[in-house]
Design a protein around this ligand. Structure first.
Ligand SMILES: [Zn+2]
Length: 426
């Protein structure tokens, strides 16, 4: 019986893999629409032939990796559950200690370690590909060090989460999901608060912008937007990647606007100012706080659904897997599997909201800088540096794109009508 279910899951995964491969490499149309040909949004006008070929090839492989990795994780959770491995991990933890907390720590270690081993080939492959296309510049030892930090940061976070979660399941038989949601609010805000100052520095060095002339220019537009000036940081990324980025992170007094040093090296001052104005757009429109509100709403529905599905599933099949009750820590893979599927299902919505906010930030940037040309150049350079696909397949856009496609972003700026009367002489 169990073997039959395992076979079905593996076959479903393989069929999905073949279908998505055919879609990404043969069926999807990524050509440039006739109306855009020859304009600044047409990669033929700003990439050379070799770059165009590489960007198409690299993007296809990356997209394939994305669609294969998530269900691969689901398959892992499913198989570890139905073959009774999860129950075995719990049993071994019971032998070591009678304390709930220690048992959780041991169980979680085995599960995390198994997951690391199973997921390693995929992440190593993705690193190798990125390196061969000259996107990643990270040496193997540094990459491994990041993996090591990842493992322990995730382990520590998960340990806190599952200890609280399973204690709540025992205490509130039916409404544990609601209790978990209430506790998740201060916990998530706390995590966002410490992210820029505790977690991020574990991976990279952060320092205030070194180029003081550029800093003065950024401060000038920051002042216009009423943003406290100390929120511009530079991060050392050139030892890891050739791609460019800037972002806003954190909440309250820890919120920061961060620029990768690669961005500083490869873009002109005007282009950097455009990116900074975009980031300030996020700040001014309070996208972080709106993001938290959206996340709370989503997690409310998500936890409720997870509780319903998980209880049903464990009651029906748990005995076969030696997971007697939902309160057994060995039911964790079921929890992780269900939440991961729900997150994936919700991603078209969250991505859509994110793309809307990115468009708002782009508009803000044009209006602040009055420099359409810098905006167009910025997006062209981002495309070149990251070998991104200007016009990705529809499914890729729906499930992967938190930003509008480069075609949409450049096109929008080209057509955007600046309000000339309000613009100051520059
Ligand atoms: Zn943005």
């Amino acid at each position: 019986m169990i073997r039959k279910w395992a076979m079905r899951a593996v076959i479903a995964y393989l069929l999905f893999g073949i279908a998505i491969f055919l879609y990404l490499f043969y069926w999807a149309d990524t050509s440039i629409p006739e109306a855009v040909k020859g304009t600044s949004a047409d990669p033929a006008t700003f990439l050379n032939g070799r770059e165009m070929e590489l960007s198409e090839e690299y993007s296809r492989i990356r997209n394939l990796m994305f669609f294969l990795a998530t269900p691969y994780e689901w398959l892992f959770y499913y198989l570890i559950l139905i073959f009774g491995l999860s129950a075995t991990f719990e049993k071994s933890a019971k032998h070591v200690s009678k304390f709930f907390i220690v048992r959780n720590a041991i169980y979680l270690f085995w599960l995390s370690f198994a997951s690391l081993v199973i997921m390693f080939p995929l992440s190593f492959l993705s690193y190798t590909i990125s390196k061969s296309y000259n996107i990643s510049t990270q040496v193997f030892s540094a990459w491994m060090k990041d993996k090591f930090i990842d493992f322990w940061v995730q382990y520590a976070t998960m340990f806190v989460v599952i200890t609280v979660l399973y204690a709540l399941m025992r205490k509130y038989k039916r409404r544990w999901w609601l209790a978990a949601w209430v506790i998740s609010i201060p916990f998530s805000i706390f995590m966002m608060f410490i992210q820029p100052v505790v977690i991020d520095p574990l991976y990279n060095d952060f320092y205030p912008l070194k180029d003081k002339q550029l800093e003065a220019k950024i401060l000038a537009i920051a002042q216009e937007a009423n943003i406290p000036a100390e929120h511009v940081y530079e991060v050392d990324m050139s030892t890891k990647t050739n791609s460019l980025n800037a972002y806003v992170t954190g909440v309250g007094s820890n919120s920061r606007i961060v620029l990768w040093d690669t961005t500083l090296e490869r873009l002109s001052d005007e282009e950097i100012l455009f990116i900074m104005a975009h980031e300030m757009g996020h700040y001014v429109e309070k996208h972080i706080y709106k993001g938290i509100a959206g996340y709370l709403l989503l997690s409310f529905v998500g936890l409720w659904l997870t509780a319903k599905l998980m209880e049903k599933w464990i009651t029906k099949r748990g005995k076969d897997w030696k997971v007697e009750r939902i309160t057994n820590i060995s039911s964790l893979p079921a929890f992780l599997l269900i939440t991961s599927i729900l997150l994936f299902v919700a991603s078209p919505i969250t991505n859509w909201v994110s793309r809307y906010q990115e468009t708002r930030a782009d508009t803000y940037a044009i209006n602040i800088t009055h420099d359409k040309n810098a905006g167009i150049k910025t997006f062209q350079n981002l495309t070149k540096a990251g070998l991104s696909q200007v016009n990705p397949p529809l499914l890729v856009k729906i499930f992967r794109y938190e930003h509008p496609t480069m075609l949409e972003r450049i096109n929008r700026i080209q057509k955007y009508k600046l309000d000339e009367t309000s613009s100051e002489a520059k």
